[in-house]
Design a protein around this ligand. Structure first.
Ligand code: ADP
Ligand code: MG
Length: 258
């Protein structure tokens, strides 16, 4: 299912050392008496070509962190760098171009276009950025996610796990520097979830993609290289290396009362 193919070339390793840098990132929603501080002075550098899981109790700021880091939400103070670009204050138009070219997204509910075939869903971001999708690359990606024989099917004709594999292929099609995944296995059974996690792991190891994944599940997080734990909008804990096991992650979350 994941044989590396010729058209999927790894990122050159001479790029920036960090794919995403969050510098004193603070995000406040609303104002006055109803203001909510969703992120409070979060500082973290995500090394290029690594897999990070972002965890924490509900409402701790995980989705906000992802949205700010991807330029989907403006920050209140601090800054976000993607590659070596400081995107703070960029116009919506410039951010849209950056996202189309350099960022991939995977969502809990797949977000495929129901009327389009599998192949057309995968190629959609490239078409939207005004380029012609590379046919060989499309074939390679469909093979990589194990859906070569489903290319003409519509999303409704696929299982949830298959739909999420289409979403992963779509996210990887532009060879993005960063893939953001918000609960990508949240709607899947465990076996389908493992397939999706293996594909994300494979994108990191085989293609040099940087993956930042929000998850509630310690077993999903254990596929990552490092785990960030948010609590009340602050970076409360960080695990890496041999600490990244489902047992250790679950114990650290339990200590936070999740
Ligand atoms: P998580 O993804 O960890 O569950 P979120 O990032 O969605 O947390 O939310 C963090 C905090 O910010 C919560 O208190 C939430 O209610 C608040 N919040 C999130 N989005 C908005 C919004 N658009 N407007 C107001 N408050 C928001
Ligand atoms: Mg969330």
């Amino acid at each position: 299912m994941s044989t590396p193919q010729a058209t999927l070339v790894p990122h050159v390793t001479t790029g920036p050392a960090f794919a995403v840098r969050l510098r004193s990132l603070t995000k406040v929603y609303g104002g006055g008496a109803t203001a909510v501080t969703a992120l409070d002075d979060v500082r973290h550098d995500f090394p290029a070509g690594t897999f990070t899981a972002v965890m924490g109790p509900s409402g701790s700021g995980k989705s906000t962190l992802m949205h700010c880091a991807a330029g989907l939400e403006p920050v209140t103070s601090g800054s976000v760098e993607i590659g070596e670009r400081d995107i703070t204050g960029w116009s919506e138009r410039r951010l849209t171009l950056l996202r189309r070219r350099h960022i991939g997204f995977v969502f809990q509910n797949f977000n495929l276009v129901p009327a389009l075939t599998v192949a057309d869903n995968v190629a959609l971001p490239v078409r939207l950025s005004g380029r012609r999708p590379d046919r060989a690359r499309l074939d390679d990606l469909l093979a990589r996610v194990g859906l070569s024989d489903r290319r003409a099917h519509r999303p409704a004709e696929l299982s949830g796990g298959q739909q999420q594999r289409v979403a992963v292929a779509r996210a990887l099609f532009t060879q993005p520097e960063v893939v953001f995944a918000d609960e990508p296995t949240g709607a899947l059974d465990r076996a389908s979830g493992r397939d999706v996690l293996a594909l994300l792991r494979d994108a990191v190891d085989g293609l040099g993609t940087t993956v930042i994944m929000v998850t509630h599940d310690p077993q999903a997080a254990a596929w990552a290289d490092q785990v960030l734990v948010l609590a009340d909008g602050r970076l409360a804990d960080r695990l890496h290396g041999r600490q990244v096991t489902a047992e250790t992650i679950a114990a650290r979350l339990a200590a936070l009362g999740d």
